[in-house]
Design a protein. Structure first.
Length: 254
């Protein structure tokens, strides 16, 4: 049994971008898990079916924590669904929020071109995920569960979720307490945010917002420093290609 992992790096991977076997791809509709994420941990995790006919790499990949980008296709009536591409409202540019004791930053210069936030109904978010047996809970079935680094106003069971997995953070562990597990997951979130906030790790042609905590010691203060990585160099087209799933078959939670 373990305490939170000490002295681990806050950034994973080379600045130029992911290296083989990454990126790895996984997709499906969000299914129910054991209902612990929100209630016990305060960290909701969207589960995807673990099926090696659909995701050939999943059975051989080491259990552990991974990070990358999630593309989520929310139903139009979901409170977090964005306007459609035909009616874009969002333009972005690189900016940060003020740091304590520092003068406010100059207003952002106008963007040279509007950056799309996604396409074909998909919205892109940074994510951190766990693949494995959750030794703290002693699961007997392997699960794949994703914490999207965004505060959603409501659930999205049944929504189509695509994952571009870009790197490995750490092995999964048992813990001496729930607090120790939660502390390590928050640190994983910080590692994902910082690692993705680099041009070589951000999708090209898409504006993405990554909240990075202000301090250097991790923490869960999402959004204290907001980094907008405009137009990275990573090929993210797979994330936003048109959906092949039939709507109306979302298998929503009762
Ligand atoms: C980034 C991340 C790291 C995780 N690391 C571990 C871990 O090291 N050990 C473990 O037992 N569970 C780990 N989990 C899994 C949580 O225990 C799991 O999300 C929780 O059991 C909720 O499951 P549920 O979706 O079935 O409710 C991790 C989850 C996430 C999102
Ligand atoms: N930031 C988020 N990341 C992942 N899922 C979220 C997030 N916010 C809300 N959810 C919703 O919460 C659900 C997961 O909650 P959780 O308590 O872990 O239950 P379950 O065990 O059924 O997965 C997801 O399926 C999704 O609908």
């Amino acid at each position: 049994m373990a305490t939170p992992t000490p002295n681990r790096p806050l950034i994973v991977g080379d600045p130029s971008g992911p290296s083989p076997p990454y990126p790895l791809r996984m997709e499906g509709r969000v299914i129910s898990g054991f209902g612990r994420g929100s209630k016990e941990l305060g960290i909701p995790t969207a589960n995807l079916p673990v099926d090696d006919t659909q995701t050939p790499w999943i059975s051989s990949t080491p259990s552990g924590v991974y990070f990358g980008w999630a593309a989520l296709r929310l139903p139009a009536d979901h409170p977090d669904a964005l306007p459609t591409e035909s009616n874009p409202t969002t333009t972005t540019t690189s900016t940060t929020t003020p740091q304590d004791g520092q003068p406010p930053p100059p207003p952002p210069s106008p963007p040279t071109k509007p950056l799309r936030q996604g396409a074909n109904g998909f919205q892109i978010y940074p994510m951190v995920m766990s693949i494995g047996y959750n030794p703290f809970y002693k699961n007997t079935v392997r699960s794949a569960e994703v914490h999207i680094l965004h505060r959603f106003q409501s659930d999205f069971y049944g929504a189509e979720l695509r994952l571009l997995v870009l790197g490995f953070v750490r092995e999964e562990k048992d813990y001496s307490s729930l607090d120790a597990l939660v502390a390590d997951i928050w640190f994983d979130c910080d590692v994902a945010k910082r690692s993705l906030a680099r041009k070589g790790w951000a999708p090209s042609g898409v504006g993405v917002v990554v909240g990075v905590p202000k301090g250097d010691n991790g923490g869960s203060d999402e959004g204290e420093k907001v980094v907008v990585v405009s137009d990275g160099t990573l090929d993210g087209e797979w994330l936003v290609r048109p959906s092949e799933l039939v709507d109306g078959d979302e298998g929503k939670k009762d």
